[in-house]
Design a binder for this molecule. Structure first.
Ligand SMILES: *[C@@H]1O[C@H](CO)[C@@H](O)[C@H](O)[C@H]1NC(C)=O
Ligand SMILES: *[C@@H]1O[C@H](CO)[C@@H](O)[C@H](O)[C@H]1NC(C)=O
Length: 301
């Protein structure tokens, strides 16, 4: 039985991501380091419940992918630790057509602390491992060994570089441990504070903000004394808040709010309210099930 938590597991789990990476570096012609960053952002968004984002992006033509990639690099600027706040010119919607709720650069800036820490983590434990200099890392024909192939295979020098990369890549101990995939296992996630696990992201329609009091009243009247705090985006005079966060007293409320969906949408005092939660990938949802289905032949939980 292959070891649990090897680089190969990780590569198989992120097969689609690797295909898209090669396409963006290859036929779309983008800088591989930038593509890697955009991918980390997209993986982070998938963890906020934008399910299937990468599959959807991959279904688009190269031109659309390039536009999304451009937007993503700008979004990334707003989650950097010393990011300058967005101005009114940044109020235009981003990722139009991909998401229900109105998303703009302020969404990223408002949640930057949380997002940046997740982004760095995903970069480290996933992207740095599955994407090489010029192409994604591959799994060899046996399905057991990772190999780094240069894009545009076929040159006579590729064999040698493949072999030397293989030596480097075979150090499986460097791969993240996936053994805590067991849903019942104790989890330790260094980048999620206990408060993070009780927090949900709030989005309002443009021009129809909800107040802190309205939000507290809404959740309290539905589920009792479950609200610890609500934070609303601070805006310039004349600009309506569009984003917020709610912290519950217990994470048990979250499944009630989501009611089996990736995100919840409510109508509060005739205004829209979208609510999302962050679920780390290895514990999470559909990808986990997919991974689990694909790898049942290797593991028994
Ligand atoms: C993406 O950005 C590059 C560089 O700024 C620009 O040349 C290109 O036209 C943009 N592509 C799209 C589709 O917006
Ligand atoms: C996983 O397997 C189950 C049972 O075989 C199936 O119902 C489900 O659709 C599969 N899920 C995915 C995401 O492939």
């Amino acid at each position: 039985m292959p070891g649990i938590g090897t680089l190969v597991d990780l590569l198989l789990f992120y097969t689609l991501e690797r295909v898209l990476f090669n396409r963006m570096v290859g036929s779309v012609g983008k800088n591989s380091q930038q593509v890697k960053r955009a991918m980390a952002l997209w993986l982070m968004l998938e963890e906020i419940g934008y399910h299937d984002l990468i599959r959807m992006i991959h279904s688009y033509d190269d031109k659309t992918i390039e536009a999304l990639f451009n937007e993503s690099l700008r979004c990334l600027e707003f989650i950097q630790p010393n990011a300058a706040p967005p101005t009114e010119s940044h109020d235009t919607r981003v990722f139009l057509g991909l998401f229900d709720e109105p998303m703009n650069f302020r969404f990223f800036y408002y949640n930057r602390e949380f997002m940046y820490k997740r982004y760095v983590h995903i970069m480290e434990i996933v992207c740095d491992k599955i994407f090489g200099e010029n192409a994604a890392i591959e799994v060899d024909e046996s399905g057991l060994k990772p190999v780094a192939r240069p894009l545009g295979e076929g040159s006579t020098t590729s064999q040698a570089s493949t072999e030397s990369n293989q030596l480097l890549l075979n150090q499986d101990s460097e791969a993240p441990k996936l053994s805590n995939l067991n849903p019942g296992a104790n989890e330790f996630n260094p980048v999620q504070t206990p408060e993070d696990t009780r927090t949900m992201f709030l989005t309002f329609s443009k021009g129809y903000p909800l107040s802190r009091e309205e939000i507290i009243y809404f959740f309290t009247s539905k589920w009792g004394e479950v609200v610890q705090d609500v934070f609303i985006e601070l805006t310039h005079p004349g600009q309506d808040p569009q984003f917020g966060r709610i912290v519950f007293t217990t994470s048990l409320v979250i499944p009630w709010v989501l009611n089996g969906q990736a995100k919840a949408k409510f109508f509060v005092n005739r205004k829209h309210l979208w609510v999302r939660v962050y679920v780390p990938r290895y514990r999470g949802r559909r990808k986990f099930i997919k991974w689990y289905n694909n790898s049942r032949k290797y593991y028994s939980f």
